[in-house]
Design a protein around this ligand. Structure first.
Ligand SMILES: Cc1cc2nc3c(=O)[nH]c(=O)nc-3n(C[C@H](O)[C@H](O)[C@H](O)COP(=O)(O)OP(=O)(O)OC[C@H]3O[C@@H](n4cnc5c(N)ncnc54)[C@H](O)[C@@H]3O)c2cc1C
Length: 393
């Protein structure tokens, strides 16, 4: 049984951000307690109905570097990680298109698509074997010098501290599903800005090497509800119409590797979308990280990248603290907040701006945004800049 007087940090929330932070701080020799579902309780908890998380994350180079340092990246099964070599983004008028290529940008990959359930399992295994990390009961959590809130967007502890989470609901739902195509994905990610919906196909080697995709399709709530409930054949027909069959014929599947045995074939999970930002990120003895601090639309695939960048920044600030300074000292925690404010706000502005630009119904705006995409497609230095920003967010 742990002596609670020696606990340095208590992390509330065992999502990808909380688990990564526990590993990063334990590597510094700090005694870390975690409040959340423990490894032996690890369930494939999806957003609803207790089913597996069929999502996959597009992770950037900085996230990959952090997970490698934490010895998690190399523990992922080979078929749970797929590098993206090319990306094609289409506007909502013929010809409005921009292409990105890792080769042309001189990067190893534009992003890596990582199976969400596999990442969760790898993080939990790493935590299980990490020295200095223990799982805490709620009653023991108050004894730590520093409390880190990593409870995700609906954080109750954040609310208990009186922190306001300024939230703007988009009225859109993201449908996530796993698909298999009848043609190879060739490591190409595809995205369609269809006004008002945004559809992304992320190439994945799971469940079928070379031709599976993770789908993220954000739509107005009523249309999303109808598509979520629709028979698989109707959903697949809607997909074919939306993608113009550019990625081949797409069929709904479940991930047979991590999905529960009783999963319904072709089930789709729904995620309500919002933009949100906490009005304070730290105080004496506490700090916010990940979705508990900021929430962005998944159209740019950056939410977890931002959360893992929070982890890297907080771990750096903690490691560099003066020997006499307490971990809960607000002056110390403000260094982390200063480092994270600008990139987080920039990403919120970018995702929100893109969404509004492509939702605007006026024909003239439509014409301009599609011409803009095409123009951008011919500006190699600007594309290189955008790619670098996305890789390092
Ligand atoms: C459809 C979709 C696609 C996405 N795609 C991408 C992508 O491609 N790339 C990317 O970077 N991001 C993506 N994201 C965003 C990403 O999923 C989130 O940013 C990320 O999961 C946030 O991690 P987190 O650990 O901060 O929060 P969460 O994953 O929400 O984890 C919080 C954990 O805390 C637990 N918890 C809550 N309250 C308490 C409590 N009181 N005590 C203890 N535990 C508690 C919760 O049960 C949960 O396990 C996507 C999001 C969606 C919805």
């Amino acid at each position: 049984m742990r002596d609670m007087t020696t606990l340095d940090v208590c992390i509330r929330g065992s999502g990808a951000v909380g688990l990564s932070l526990a590993l990063a701080l334990a590597r510094q020799g700090l005694q870390v307690g975690l409040v959340g579902a423990a490894p032996w309780q690890a369930v494939a908890d999806g957003p609803c109905c207790g089913r597996a998380d069929v999502r996959a994350y597009a992770l950037n180079a900085s996230s990959r570097a952090l997970l490698t340092e934490l010895k998690v990246w190399d523990a992922l099964p080979a078929d749970a990680v797929t590098p993206v070599d090319d990306m094609q983004v289409e506007g909502d008028a013929a010809g409005g298109r921009i292409d990105f290529s890792a080769w042309r940008q001189g990067s190893e990959a534009l992003a890596w698509i990582v199976d969400a359930a596999a990442l969760d399992a790898a993080l939990r295994t790493a935590v299980r074997f990490a020295p200095h990390v223990s799982w805490l009961a709620e009653a023991d959590a108050k004894a730590a010098v520093l409390s880190v809130l990593a409870e995700g967007k609906a954080s109750a502890s954040r609310q208990a501290l009186g922190v306001r989470f300024e939230r703007h609901d988009y009225g859109h739902i993201a449908l996530a599903a796993r698909l298999v195509a009848d043609t190879p994905h060739l490591n190409m990610a595809r995205q369609w800005f269809r006004s008002p919906d945004v559809l992304a196909l992320l190439p994945l080697d799971r469940p079928e090497p070379g031709c599976s995709y993770a789908l993220v399709w954000s739509l107005p709530a009523d249309r999303a509800a109808a598509l979520q409930q629709a028979p698989a054949a109707d959903f697949e027909a809607a997909l074919a119409e939306a993608t113009g069959a550019a990625a081949g014929m797409l069929r709904l599947v479940d991930d047979p590797v991590d999905g529960p045995a009783d999963a319904q074939p072709g089930a789709r999970t729904a995620w309500p979308l919002a933009l949100a930002q906490a009005d304070r990120l730290c105080g004496p003895g506490w700090v916010l990280v990940g979705d508990a601090a900021h929430l962005v639309h998944p159209l740019a695939g950056q939410g977890l990248n931002l959360g893992l960048a929070d982890v890297a920044a907080l771990a750096r600030v903690v490691a560099a603290r003066e020997a006499w300074r307490s971990l809960g000292d607000e002056t110390l925690l403000r260094r982390y907040v200063r480092e994270r404010s600008a990139p987080t706000q920039a990403m919120a502005l970018l995702t929100d701006g893109l969404l509004h630009l492509f939702a605007h119904p006026q024909p003239v705006v439509r014409e301009l945004r599609n011409r803009g995409l095409t123009l951008l497609n011919h500006l190699a230095p600007v594309k290189r800049f955008l790619t670098r920003r996305a890789l390092d967010a």
